[in-house]
Design a protein around this ligand. Structure first.
Ligand SMILES: O=P(O)(O)OC[C@H]1O[C@H](OP(=O)(O)OP(=O)(O)O)[C@H](O)[C@@H]1O
Ligand SMILES: NC(=O)CC[C@H](N)C(=O)O
Ligand code: SF4
Ligand SMILES: [Mg+2]
Length: 466
């Protein structure tokens, strides 16, 4: 088993970026935006640019820095572009399914970059019966192209309204034609999408999954795009459309817990500060008597800091993470898991030895990381090892674009907390409660908590659940 074959965890999300800047060459800024979004998808990367006359596309399997080089970026000439980093949630991970996807006919071309998962893709495919260029595409994201093919005579605004009314599931979408950059967020607002502009009185706009990408491209964040809102940017300026019935909003709580980058701002707060507050709340709910708090980097770090601040317990670095290992390097078999965690983490024995250690992580999914690290701490001579997760037990699968495993793979799905504690070998195990988490999140939009409580507000159609 080689490290590149190890994939099994809550997978990252896709990242999307778009820019429209008259008179400027924008491929390099798109590249910077994608690098900032790399944590959302590590399988493939792609950029489509428009020079006002035609679209040019480059996409391949690999990380952004592997897919692009100086020459390729220089050859992608144009003043509008969209980019995508993918972690597949539908169909296999192959170059054919890498995004942006491009649709072309006699009217022109349109490129599409999608973050999310369509839960009625099969139904829509039956209805639309894609015939031409879109027929061979099996990816859920291809439904956006099938609509373009099927409703050939619809003006752009009407097409976006059709998306909003007919397509179910999660989509933060960015599209590019020869002349326009378009952004659209699904009516439930499940995935993030924000709007920015060029700095220093330069004319132009950006759209991105997270604010960190707008900042990396040297832009200024304006605001989040609202659930069900579309934005069309072209020569005529910027136009907003909001034309669908209001639906229950369902922003994914997992964006706060694990997916988004710590420096991104969601609903006016940095993800880092929310994670710290989750750690504080965890400490109020479960103040464990210990000598030191140790984080599981990377996502657990802010939570562990909040926990230590709240209780006045020292925060110590007890695990060194290999910086060249990505986020998701675990396979189901025990030997493979051990290898993956061993490659990723090493214990600082002198910090752990003889201590009552309180480990804090953002989440416990299969229990793989926790079990391995607890064992490593015991071998390093810890006196006691307590494990705390700054989110509630994950008991249900996700159908909205996060690869949270099926029920039987989730550590907490069919077990009590005590059974999970025994499974991971901790002296005590505590989770943040659902009310405690929601109190900290207090987002102006309502949240999706389906993987914690099994309440799926956004319809999931049977054949899409596998
Ligand atoms: O219970 P498990 O199945 O082990 O899954 C939970 C772990 O997986 C994630 O980390 P990951 O290594 O993917 O990313 P990170 O480096 O961003 O924390 C998460 O932060 C937890 O540490
Ligand atoms: N993680 C995502 O947002 C994936 C988008 C799309 N469903 C795909 O598989 O490519
Ligand atoms: S089920 Fe969980 S991971 Fe999926 S969208 Fe809802 S909160 Fe996010
Ligand atoms: Mg982690």
């Amino acid at each position: 088993m080689f490290p590149w074959e190890l994939h099994d965890k809550p997978r990252d999300e896709c990242g999307v970026f778009g820019i429209y800047a008259p008179g400027k060459s924008v491929a390099l800024k798109t590249y910077y935006g994608l690098i900032a979004l790399q944590h959302r998808g590590e399988e493939s990367a792609g950029i489509a640019v428009s020079d006002g006359k035609e679209l040019r596309l480059h996409k391949k399997m690999g990380l952004v820095t592997e897919v692009f080089n100086k020459d390729l970026i220089e050859n992608l000439k144009g003043n509008a572009a969209i980019g995508h980093v993918r972690y597949s949630t539908s169909c296999d991970s192959s170059e054919a399914n890498a995004q942006p996807l491009v649709y072309k006919d006699e009217r022109g071309s349109i490129a599409v970059a999608h973050n999310g998962n369509i839960t009625n893709a099969s139904q829509l495919n039956k209805r639309l019966a894609p015939a031409g260029a879109t027929k061979s595409l099996k990816l859920d994201s291809a439904v956006f192209l099938s609509f373009i093919e099927h409703y050939r005579n619809l003006p752009l605004k009407k097409l976006l309204e059709r998306y909003l009314n007919d397509i179910s599931g999660s989509y933060s979408l960015i599209m590019l034609t020869e002349n326009s950059l378009i952004g659209l967020r699904d009516p439930h607002g499940m995935r993030p999408l924000c709007l920015g502009k060029m700095k220093n009185s330069e004319v132009g706009y950006m759209i991105a999954s997270e604010t960190c990408a707008i900042e990396a491209a040297n832009g200024e964040v304006i605001r989040e795009i609202n659930p069900g809102e579309g934005v069309i940017i072209n020569e005529a300026g910027i136009e907003f459309i909001q034309n669908c019935s209001r639906r229950r909003q369902c922003f994914c709580v997992f964006e706060y817990i694990y997916l988004a980058r710590s420096d991104s701002v969601l609903d006016g707060r940095t993800v880092n500060s929310v994670r710290r507050d989750l750690g504080r709340e965890l400490a109020r709910e479960h103040p464990v008597a210990g000598d030191e708090v140790i984080a599981i980097p990377e996502s657990g770090t802010a939570m562990a800091m909040g926990y230590s601040e709240q209780l006045g317990l020292p925060f110590r670095e007890g695990l060194i993470r290999n910086r060249y290992m990505g986020r998701t390097f675990i396979k189901p078999e025990q030997t493979e898991r051990e290898l993956a965690v061993k490659l990723k983490f090493n214990v600082l024995g002198d910090v752990i030895r003889g201590q009552r250690v309180v480990i804090v992580d953002d989440s416990l999914v299969r229990g793989t990381t926790s079990r391995q690290i607890i064992q490593m701490f015991r071998e390093a001579g810890a006196k006691e090892v307590h494990f705390l997760a700054a989110s509630p037990p994950l008991r249900f699968p996700c159908y909205y674009g996060i690869d949270i495993p099926s029920v039987d793979e989730l550590a907490a799905a069919q077990r009590t907390v005590e059974e999970v504690r025994l499974q991971i070998g901790a002296d005590s195990l505590h989770y943040l409660s659902l009310p405690g988490m929601l109190q900290v999140l207090q987002r102006s939009e309502e949240l999706c908590t389906a993987c914690f409580d099994g309440v799926y507000h956004v319809p999931v159609f049977k054949q899409e659940t596998g």
